[in-house]
Write a protein that binds this ligand. Structure first.
Ligand SMILES: Cc1cc2nc3c(=O)[nH]c(=O)nc-3n(C[C@H](O)[C@H](O)[C@H](O)COP(=O)(O)OP(=O)(O)OC[C@H]3O[C@@H](n4cnc5c(N)ncnc54)[C@H](O)[C@@H]3O)c2cc1C
Length: 551
């Protein structure tokens, strides 16, 4: 992964996108597209073509692109999702579609296709999912049969159906996962290839202005040089190589859509008077419908930013961290949009106020690029291995790091995050002793708890870095160090309490000894850590509404 753009170039690119959106995608237009289930192909082409050239962001400079990294792509994806997740999906399909080329292609293939993407603004589709192969891509049935004679492969003949393919009816170029004799492999297929077809656009719950279609291959012949990497059987490995990065993109969609819904709810609540005062001044409203969601979204952002910095620094694909970022941010975005409907009351339930559309749109982010349950499994399995390899010390060591952070920065919630990490380590350990992960449910719940706890630790680190002016220069800077510290404290308390209750439920629920488990999880300390919660929530509400803090 390339190191990325400088801050000025990134900000200029984001501003150019926002200008484009203001001019071409006002609220009324977006609502029309949604109601008509229309994919605005000309606009998406302008976005990716000569008009704006947004796809240049992720194309390496050597092929005529801007050479953006994971951090830049996250910022752009968030900005796009704030406008419209459906249109953002049209752009995402090109990002995803080109990934097998970028990471799996030979030098020659990369140069040829990435240069064409940069110069021609080709629209891509990423065709992996099949009717029988969704989460389990290994079950794919699309085949690529080698053609030729005398032991020489000259071409492949592709046959099969791909399902739910974004841009499936409009793409200029498809990357297709198909089963060759050597195993699953990626192929590039161009529009117009004989035998390539697509179904009617799917009628969907949300992102109704995106195009999703079946893509069919009936004896589609591609020359040998369309096999990415030149070697069969590399497809799933190549897909794995980019999961950390691609999941960050969808994580950023959850973040952008969630914040857009929440910002709309906050704006509404300042002017909506009920019982004599604006809703924004009612604590029972803000502390249920606004504050917890802002905090959860920012916990998601912490993991996204931390992971993006590490990917850009060359730390590898970071699949599990990408899964944590996606899981936290998309679940938070979905919950925030749901709360935004409630926050607008009857108006929220109608089309006109947008939050209803955002809620339907953001829903997809917990499904595509790996469902939330697959994220829980990925995280649970990986951290289970880490627990076993370190003889149960993995999360205790993370807790020790939080305790050191607390000594340096006592206000960022690191002490409470440390309690959560210790409780997580104990939950894992008791699950091991009692052989509980034989229950898939327990493994997935452990994945969830690990994600929440790592989110809390990440947020404490982010607040500490903000206090030391050590965040990336490209980091989102909506909230200052004090507000981030307050949010981190609120989040860490919530997560620690989840550990004390859910950890207990899982372990004592299956193996008994509730009192012993509660002691091991340090439940009394976690309960004491709740002190001060309401005052901190008041401070977060004041910060969100830019009010003088009264607490
Ligand atoms: C609008 C839209 C756009 C899309 N765009 C693309 C695209 O461009 N390219 C592409 O290739 N795909 C695309 N997809 C497909 C998407 O990635 C898949 O729908 C997704 O990965 C889930 O696969 P599935 O739908 O087959 O569900 P399944 O895998 O059948 O899952 C169904 C349910 O079972 C759960 N589940 C699955 N496996 C397990 C397990 N082992 N243990 C426990 N629970 C499990 C899942 O979490 C889910 O809740 C798109 C889908 C949609 C709806």
């Amino acid at each position: 992964m390339q190191a990325g753009l400088d801050r000025e170039t990134l900000e200029m690119t984001l501003e150019a996108f926002r200008d484009f959106a203001r001019a071409n995608l006002p609220t009324e237009r977006l609502l029309e597209l949604d109601a008509a289930e229309e994919f605005p192909i000309e606009l998406v082409r302008e976005l990716c073509g000569e008009g704006l050239g947004i796809q240049l962001l992720f194309i390496p400079e050597e092929y005529g692109g801007m050479g953006g990294g994971a951090f830049d792509v996250y910022r752009l994806c968030e900005a796009m999702a704030r406008v419209d997740v459906g249109i953002a999906t049209g752009v995402l399909a090109t990002f995803l579609g080109s990934d097998p080329i970028r990471v799996g292609g030979t030098d020659e293939q990369r140069r040829y296709w990435m240069t064409r993407l940069a110069e021609e603004g080709l629209l891509m589709a990423y065709a992996a999912t099949e009717p029988e192969a969704g989460s389990d891509l290994g079950a794919l049935r699309t085949v690529a049969v080698p053609q030729g004679g005398n032991g020489t492969v000259t071409s492949y003949r592709i046959t099969g159906n791909k399902q739910w393919i974004s841009n499936g009816g409009f793409a200029d170029l498809y990357t297709v996962l198909a089963l060759a004799p050597g195993g699953p492999s990626w192929f590039v297929v161009e529009k117009g290839a004989p035998g390539l077809g697509h179904g009617r656009p799917e009628v969907k719950h949300g992102i109704r202005d995106s195009n999703t279609a079946v893509v069919s291959f009936e004896d589609v012949d591609v020359t040998r040089d369309r096999l990415l990497g030149g070697e069969e059987g590399q497809g799933l490995v190549q897909a794995q190589l980019v999961f950390g990065y691609t999941r960050l993109m969808v994580a950023a969609f959850g973040l952008g859509a969630g914040w857009e819904a929440l910002d709309r709810a906050m704006e509404y609540s300042t002017t909506r008077i009920q019982a004599g005062t604006p809703l924004s001044e009612k604590q029972g409203y803000t502390h249920k419908l606004i504050v917890p969601h802002a905090v959860r979204l920012e916990a998601g952002r912490s993991v996204i930013e931390e992971t993006a910095v590490r990917i850009d620094a060359g730390e590898g694909s970071l699949n599990t961290e990408g899964a944590i970022a996606k899981y936290l941010s998309t679940e938070a975005g979905n919950a925030a949009a749901e709360a935004a409907i409630q926050a607008l009351g009857g108006y929220g339930y109608t089309h006109e106020y947008m939050v209803e559309k955002i809620k339907r749109d953001v829903r997809i982010t917990t499904i595509y690029e790996g469902t939330s349950e697959i994220m829980e499994m990925t995280i649970g399995r990986d951290r289970w291995q880490a627990h076993l390899k370190t003889h149960g010390q993995h999360y205790h060591m993370e807790a020790a790091a939080m305790e050191s952070l607390h000594a340096k920065q006592p206000t960022v919630g690191a002490d409470t995050a440390a309690l959560a990490l210790h409780a997580l380590a104990e939950t894992f350990e008791r699950a091991r002793i009692n052989r509980l992960t034989r229950n898939q449910h327990v493994l997935l719940r452990l994945g969830e708890l690990a994600a929440l706890t790592e989110g809390a630790a990440s947020m404490a680190r982010r607040a500490a870095l903000a206090a030391e002016a050590g965040l990336s220069e490209k980091a989102d800077c909506r909230f200052g160090p004090e507000v981030l510290a307050t949010m981190s404290r609120v989040n860490a308390r919530d997560v620690a309490l989840r550990l004390a209750t859910e950890g207990l439920r899982l372990v004592a629920g299956a193996a008994g000894d509730a009192a012993g488990v509660a002691q091991a999880l340090r439940t009394p300390a976690i309960q004491v850590a709740q002190e001060g919660l309401i005052a901190d929530m008041d401070r977060v509400a004041d910060a969100l509404y830019r009010r003088e803090s009264t607490t």
